[in-house]
Design a protein around this ligand. Structure first.
Ligand SMILES: [Fe+2]
Ligand SMILES: [Fe+2]
Length: 275
C-alpha cells in the first residue's frame, strides 16, 4: 500500500518537539525524493491546525508584549535577537508543511516545492538553535508571537495563502534580512560572524521560497481566473493594513524572487525606484 503522504505531513506539522519535528520533516522530504509518494488527490477530512505546534514549548504573547532585543554586543541581547529569528524559522517549518497538507489535488511539483521549503526551514532552525545555545539560551526561553500562525489560518484558499504567506510575509523577510545583516556586520565578535554566515544562507534560500510563492500564486490566479495585478488587494484581504509603504525594500533580491518593478514601486510608495 502506498504511504499516506497527507497523514505523515500532518504528523510532522503537529509535532512540537523541535528535534523530532525536524527529523520527521527531513525524513519525509527524503522519502518524497525517493519517489514514495505519487497520489496527492486524497480528499476526505482535512484537519485544520487549531493551535501552533510551538504552543507546547513557548509562552505565546501579543507582538507588542514580545521582548525586544537590547544591545546586540551582549550575549543576552544576541539571545533575544536569535530567539526571535529562531521562532520565525520554527513557524516557517509549519507554514511549508501546512501548504502541503491543506491544499489537495495539486500537481506533484507543488508538494515537492513546499516540502523542500519545510526542509530548508528545518536547516535554518537548527543552525540558529545552535547559535542560540551558544549564547546560553534555548528555544522556548522567551515569549513568542503567533502572527505567522494566524496569517496561515486566515489564508484558507491557495491564492490567498500564496499571496499572503510566501509572497508577502516571507518576502518581507528579504528586506529584514538585509537590515539585520547591516546591524550585525558592525559587531566584530566570533558569534556575530557566525550569525552573519547563517543570515546569508537564509537569504539565499528565502529568495527561492518567495520565488516558489510567485510561481504558485500565478498558478492559482490562472486557475481561478484572477488577474495577477490583484496581488495587493488579496494580501489586504488576509492582512488588513499591511501594504502601507515600507521604509526599506530589498529591491535586488525581490526582483530575483519574481517581483515586478510596478509591485516594488507600490511597496515603497515611490515611482523613482531603479528596477
Ligand atoms: Fe527560513
Ligand atoms: Fe522561508
Amino acid at each position: 500500500m502506498a504511504a499516506d503522504f497527507f497523514g505523515l505531513v500532518w504528523d510532522a506539522l503537529e509535532e512540537s518537539e523541535p528535534k523530532i519535528k525536524t527529523e520527521k520533516t527531513l525524513a519525509l522530504f527524503d522519502r518524497f525524493k525517493a519517489g514514495e509518494f505519487e497520489d496527492f488527490t486524497k480528499d476526505g477530512i482535512v484537519n485544520v491546525q487549531q493551535k501552533p505546534s510551538y504552543a507546547a514549548l513557548c509562552e505565546i504573547a501579543r507582538p507588542t508584549e514580545v521582548r525586544r532585543r537590547r544591545k546586540l554586543d551582549t550575549d543576552e541581547g544576541k539571545a533575544v535577537f536569535l530567539h526571535a529569528i529562531t521562532h520565525i524559522e520554527y513557524s516557517a517549518i509549519d507554514l511549508g508543511l501546512d501548504a502541503c497538507y491543506s491544499f489537495r489535488g495539486l500537481p506533484k511539483e507543488f508538494y515537492f516545492d513546499w516540502l523542500e521549503v519545510a526542509a530548508e526551514e528545518c536547516e535554518h532552525f537548527l543552525m540558529l538553535e545552535r547559535l542560540l545555545n551558544k549564547v546560553g539560551a534555548k528555544y522556548g526561553d522567551f515569549t513568542v508571537h503567533p502572527s505567522l500562525f494566524e496569517a496561515c489560518r486566515k489564508s484558507d484558499t491557495l491564492i490567498k495563502r500564496m499571496a499572503a504567506i510566501p509572497r508577502f510575509l516571507e518576502a518581507g523577510g528579504l528586506d529584514a534580512n538585509k537590515k539585520m545583516t547591516a546591524k550585525i556586520a558592525k559587531l566584530k565578535d566570533e558569534t556575530a560572524k557566525e550569525i552573519l554566515d547563517a543570515l546569508s544562507v537564509i537569504l539565499r534560500d528565502e529568495i527561492d521560497h518567495v520565488k516558489k510563492g510567485t510561481k504558485w500564486f500565478y498558478y492559482a490566479c490562472e486557475k481561478d481566473g484572477v488577474d495577477e495585478s490583484r496581488y495587493f488587494e488579496i494580501v489586504e484581504s488576509v492582512l488588513p493594513n499591511s501594504t502601507k509603504p515600507k521604509e526599506f525594500v530589498n529591491v535586488e533580491d525581490r526582483l530575483k524572487a519574481g517581483f515586478k518593478c510596478e509591485e516594488i514601486k507600490r511597496l515603497v510608495g515611490k515611482e523613482n525606484i531603479p528596477c
